[in-house]
Design a protein around this ligand. Structure first.
Ligand code: MG
Ligand code: MG
Length: 248
């Protein structure tokens, strides 16, 4: 069931989303060559707690860390480790925060030092694919309109769309109905209504769309080892558009 949020719930979701946004801004200064993904995880966890929230992902379905840190060919659910970031890497950082029972969820992919032209291309167009999806959000449009816009944009730019993982509703649970795929046909799927809160999160690859899961049972990687990027915002659907809850 897709829930419509009350004004009180929207205020709490805005607060949770803002904590996620602030955590991304805070982490940015540390996302540099030489830092380990474990260190980024610890910094994020402490910061989220200092803002009166808890990391949504920790313990969710048994997930062992506060954030996800997905490097290079890791698509999503990269586990923080002793890996030291190095010049030329890209890292997708996915952050969820829970404030008074309500969640926010946002991922961003960052460049470490100087990256290759093809990785820069991947980042630029995956971020734009998120905004192409967002441009379809308004009351009366369909979930399929969002996925179709993302898929069309990705295809036009010769990037492939990961299909095994999708966006989702957000509320008192970090993952609620509806699923929000990054592909689809216009005018299909559930209809958007004012007061819905959803996370839109394209995951695009430079090579094949096919993915595999690592032995740690969490981390999704591209099958061909090509780089992958991930951008995500949690948004509130309004009559004429949307409000980003995990942005400025
Ligand atoms: Mg996320
Ligand atoms: Mg999400």
């Amino acid at each position: 069931m897709i829930s419509i949020k009350s004004q009180r719930e929207i205020e709490l979701l805005k607060k949770a989303g803002n904590i996620v946004y602030k955590t991304h801004q805070y982490l940015k200064q540390y996302i540099k060559p030489g830092i380990t993904t474990n260190e980024l995880n610890e910094l994020a966890e402490k910061y989220i707690i200092s803002l009166g929230a808890t990391p949504s992902f920790k313990g969710f379905e048994g997930y062992p860390a506060a954030i996800c840190t997905s490097v290079n060919d890791e698509v999503v659910h990269g586990l923080p480790s002793n890996y030291k970031l190095k010049n030329g890497d890209i890292i997708g950082i996915d952050i969820g925060a829970c404030y008074k029972g309500y969640h926010g969820d946002s991922a961003w992919t960052y460049a470490i030092g100087e990256i290759s032209a093809e990785k820069a291309y991947l980042l630029e167009h995956t971020k734009q694919a998120l905004f192409e999806g967002l441009s379809q959000v308004r009351e009366g449009n369909y979930i399929g309109d969002i996925g179709n816009a993302i898929e069309q944009y990705a295809t036009k730019h010769k990037l492939s769309v990961v299909r095994e993982l999708v966006g989702h509703g957000v509320g008192t649970s970090i993952h609620e109905d509806p699923d929000v795929p990054n592909y689809g046909r216009p005018k299909t799927g559930p209809r958007l209504k004012e007061g819905m809160v959803i996370a839109i999160e394209p995951m695009l690859n430079l090579g094949t769309r096919r993915v595999a899961i690592l032995d740690n049972k969490w981390t999704i990687v591209t099958q061909d080892g090509s780089p992958s990027a991930h951008f995500e915002h949690t948004i509130l659907v309004t009559k004429n558009g949307y409000i980003v809850l995990t942005g400025e």
